[in-house]
Write a protein that binds this ligand. Structure first.
Ligand code: EPZ
Length: 418
């Protein structure tokens, strides 16, 4: 199995172009199922294992999918034949669950294995099911599969007990073809939800309020192909900012939307890191001393849970005591024991972690337990004394394209060992 070999690195310097967003690309690829005629042409799709898995799932249900080297992906969904997603793919990636809403709207039926993905919590899908039932779907579960059926979808008012990103997206992709009006209350407001809504409108959907906690959809009779460029990845941007900060470096990020990264930029500024924003650029200068802060993860525009592990690594080497409260997932501190193996002083109690900054970490063999935990270990390895070998890097490669190569372009000493 491939590993990352990470060594103590000089302060990162230079500029990096941010890729398209994984968490926008996945629902938008799933939404392509709704295009009954005409081709979908997507740009800025990141080359990630999760994206490739989803493209295989689309092919498995009869779509013609072509992935090009320049980040362009074309999908022709005019001849969908199958409503069952292949177990071996769907079970490996939670994002595959996003085909449920569009398949239900397009075919009236969808059978999918219960979602897999990162082991960061139980990851239930009750809110997805609540929404699809409200639109008239019959939901049955058994033998590791969930099946939803509906001869016709009827618009309804749906209240989400939690502003779930995936549930908002699945319900949105079903409601665009439901007869009449649907209102999603307490909807997720993440930028990736807005990007999906913009793509659906380009396909002929009628959606207002995306980006607010109340989204209104007027059902339409059919959707057609469209062109769309996916937004930049705010979590990849934040991860490179944290990599520059932990090495006390100075970097510029291009092809980024600063407003989407603002919760992370604000927290880094609170620490004393210099973060400057321009149109589609962010410059970070961490060459001066900075200090500990407290973090509480919240739905957007709060501090993103997907940046919690990376900031824990940074705070492990920041003078002072920091407290992190993880409010989104019940088990998202699995990077803490791995960081402790490198000498970090972290105490975890339930959803709260207390970090005492230390002067140095020491390289060690560690394991990536999930996508963002793996990224945190790479960051720690860049600043630790000695070598850090990270195993199970397939988790990392689900969400970061050529992570080692792109960090090396900023001066990092990191190599992928096959
Ligand atoms: C999306 O996951 C992202 N994934 C996650 O990013 C991200 O951490 C998460 O949103 C929160 O921002 C993609 O977009 C592909 P949720 P999702 O539904 O949709 C509970 C990464 O690192 N919940 O908003 O699965 C759930 O258990 C990944 O890129 C229910 O209780 O997240 C969790 O505690 C990790 N019932 C909370 O809501 C449901 O039906 C947030 O989940 C659905 C969710």
């Amino acid at each position: 199995m491939a590993t990352f070999l990470v060594r103590n690195s000089n302060p990162l310097q230079g500029s990096i172009r941010i890729n398209g967003s994984k968490n926008a690309a996945l629902p938008i690829l799933a939404a392509s199922i709704l295009a009954e005629n005409g081709q979908v042409v997507l740009s800025s799709i990141p080359d990630l294992t999760d994206v490739r898995f989803l493209c295989e799932i689309l092919q498995g249900i009869g779509c013609t999918v072509a992935m090009h080297a320049d980040g362009k992906v074309t999908v022709d969904a005019s001849r969908i034949t199958n409503h069952i997603t292949p177990y071996d793919l769907a079970s490996r990636m939670r994002g595959s669950f996003l085909v449920m809403g569009p398949m239900l709207a397009r075919m009236g039926i969808c059978r999918i294995s219960l979602p897999g993905g990162c082991p960061i919590g139980s990851r239930p899908v009750d809110l997805h099911m609540k929404g699809l039932r409200a639109l008239g779907a019959k939901v049955t579960q058994g033998y590791g599969y969930i099946e939803v059926r509906a001869k016709k979808l009827i618009g309804n008012k749906i209240y989400l007990d939690f502003p779930s990103v995936g549930a908002t997206e699945n319900i949105l992709m079903a409601a665009v073809r439901a007869a009449g009006e649907t209102v999603i209350e307490n909807a997720a407001v993440e930028p990736e939800v807005v990007d999906l809504a913009n793509f659906l409108c380009a396909m002929g959907a009628d959606i207002t309020g995306a980006g607010t906690d109340s989204i209104t959809i007027q059902g339409v009779s059919a959707l057609h192909g469209a062109q769309h460029t996916v937004i930049p990845d705010r979590i990849e941007a934040g991860s490179f900012m944290a990599a520059a900060a932990i090495t006390r470096g100075h970097i510029t990020l291009s092809h980024v939307l600063p407003a989407h990264v603002s919760p992370v930029s604000a927290k880094l500024r609170e620490m004393g890191v210099d973060v400057r924003e321009e149109a589609d650029q962010i410059t970070l200068d961490a060459t001066r001393k900075f200090h500990a802060v407290d973090i509480k993860t919240l739905p957007f525009p709060g501090f993103p849970t997907d940046m919690q592990a990376q900031l824990m690594a940074l705070l492990s080497l920041t003078e002072g005591t920091s407290i992190i409260v993880e409010t989104i997932f019940e088990n998202r501190f699995m990077h803490a024991p791995e960081l402790q193996r490198m000498g970090a002083h972290i105490k975890v109690e339930g959803r709260t972690a207390v970090i005492e900054g230390v002067r140095s970490l020491s390289g060690a063999p560690v394991r990536a337990t999930d996508l963002r935990a793996g990224a945190a270990l790479v960051l720690a390895g860049l600043a630790a004394k000695g070598d850090t070998e990270i195993s199970d890097i397939h988790h990392i490669e689900r969400g970061y394209a050529d992570f080692a190569g792109r960090l090396r372009s900023l001066g990092a000493d990191i190599h992928r060992i096959d």
